[in-house]
Design a binder for this molecule. Structure first.
Ligand code: ARG
Length: 464
């Protein structure tokens, strides 16, 4: 049997022709999967130790292999490693270099293993680490949001439905709505982790292996709480990636909604907020411009994360069991989506505290546009009128006030009384913004005491 040398393929035995250069470049994934090197090496070290433990290789051989693998890690980290398309992927690069360093014993490393279970292991290890990073970043962002809500607890702005002014709400309440969204995102990532954190190595190509391996031992070494149950599923499954991308997409939906609001709010038409100079850019032609580019880019990047989800769903759709080379295409969209999401969380956590909030503009906006019409109806209900009737009565008052170019609270008591004899002087305090907010005490409503309780509860959860 001939030795495998640098640049020769592990499948050379079966082949009589050299791989076409175009085919080599086309099938290579090294430029993308090279970033999995640390997981690949860690997985290989665990595999070596397991092989030694069950007596498939000797302890001496294992320690030679482990040392060689550690040297490769150092070489890659110091930029001393040569990447080359002819070696296809990170797995073959590492094995090939190992052969150069430790000689023929390197060829024992791949015993009871295939690149199919190896790549499944690497992505699971990568995604487990990235999911934990994302949960930690989301935790930071959630802290920023709670702190912002707390410091601005009493600022009032119009709450909207249909992008029409609806009822006054506290800005802190509005911010805490985003806290809820990002908390759910975080929970979804954590839930997905249960299915990512499963060890596939030892499934080999698809059917398992004839060697007396100890998969539980490998799992323990790599800190996996579980091993995969079916060797065919182990090498064919990419559900965990799709779940991650679905969670990432939903998280980006939330960012896109927040971005859209802040972009609107920073416009002259709203004037509710102003982004700090540090997070804005100007125009190369219009000197007066200050653009909300960060929020716009986050909104724009949402599309590429959705794209990754659709790419993976389409990639996996109709694939027959088990591993198919198509699946090599899973990494680029996954890496891109994870990188994008992390960047969006990071920039929002940094940008939000620097945003100037125009308290007075928000307050004025909440004071016009008949945001107290519901409260006028509620007032009549407190005087004994059925709600439907009260709604119609307040509606008539709104129509009248519109004709007079006044707000409801600007009408005189005499004018108001024409809509119902139940109305008296106390209606005016009922229609103030402060009253409207503080009366909304139903659980989850916008009353300041509720929002403060929500803030306190989340501070406890986040240990702020
Ligand atoms: N580079 C491949 C991938 O990322 C590794 C697995 C290759 N397996 C194979 N049988 N060709 O999917």
């Amino acid at each position: 049997m001939k030795d495998i040398k640098m640049s020769e393929k592990p499948w050379d035995g079966r082949f009589s022709e050299k791989t076409d250069k175009l085919a080599e470049a086309f099938t290579s994934s090294i430029q993308i999967d090279r970033r999995l090197y640390a997981y690949d090496i860690e997985g290989s070290i665990a595999h070596c130790k397991m092989l030694a433990k069950v007596g498939i290789i000797t302890d001496g051989e294992a320690s030679v292999l482990v040392q060689g693998l550690e040297q490769i890690k150092t070489e890659i980290e110091h930029g001393q490693f040569r990447f080359d398309d002819s070696l296809e992927d990170i797995h073959m690069h590492i094995e090939d270099r190992l052969f150069q360093i430790v000689g023929t014993v390197a060829r024992k490393l791949h015993t009871a293993r295939s690149r199919n279970d190896q790549v499944a292991l690497d992505i699971r290890m990568y995604l487990r680490a990235e999911t934990l990073n994302i949960i930690a970043l989301l935790q930071q962002l959630r802290k920023v949001i709670v702190t912002l809500a707390k410091t601005n607890i009493d600022i009032v702005l119009p709450g909207y439905t249909h992008l029409q002014r609806a009822q006054p709400v506290l800005l802190s309440h509005h911010l805490m709505a985003y806290y809820e969204m990002f908390t759910r995102d975080s929970e979804r990532f954590r839930d997905g982790l249960k299915r990512t954190d499963v060890m596939p190595l030892g499934s080999a190509a698809l059917a398992g292996t004839t060697y007396p391996i100890d998969r539980h031992y490998t799992a323990t070494l790599l800190n996996f709480p579980k091993i995969s149950a079916n060797s065919m599923d182990s090498v064919a499954d990419r559900d965990f990636i799709i779940e991650f991308l679905a969670s990432a997409s939903l998280c980006m939906v939330h960012f896109s909604r927040l971005s859209e609001e802040l972009i609107l709010w920073s416009s002259a038409e709203f004037g509710f907020v102003e982004f700090s100079d540090a997070f804005s850019t100007g125009s190369s032609i219009m000197p007066q411009k200050k653009n909300p580019d960060v929020a716009e880019l986050v909104r724009g990047k949402t599309g590429s994360v959705f794209g990754s989800l659709i790419a993976l769903l389409t990639l996996m759709k109709s694939l027959p069991m088990t591993y198919n080379r198509d699946m090599q295409e899973d990494k680029k969209p996954l890496f891109e989506a994870a990188d994008t999401l992390k960047a969006c969380i990071e920039i929002y956590a940094a940008m939000l505290p620097t945003m100037k909030i125009n308290r007075d503009v928000m307050y004025r906006a909440a004071g016009s546009g008949f945001l107290n019409a519901t409260d006028m109806a509620d007032y009549l209900v407190t005087k004994g009128m059925p709600f439907r009737e009260a709604h119609s009565c307040a509606g008539k008052a709104v129509a009248y006030a519109l004709r007079q170019k006044k707000e409801l609270h600007e009408l005189s008591l005499e004018e108001l009384k024409t809509f119902s004899p139940l109305i008296s002087e106390d209606i005016f305090s009922f229609l103030t913004i402060e009253q409207m907010i503080s009366r909304r005490k139903s659980f989850g409503g916008t009353a300041a005491e509720n929002v403060m309780a929500a803030v306190k509860e989340t501070e406890r959860q986040l240990a702020i």
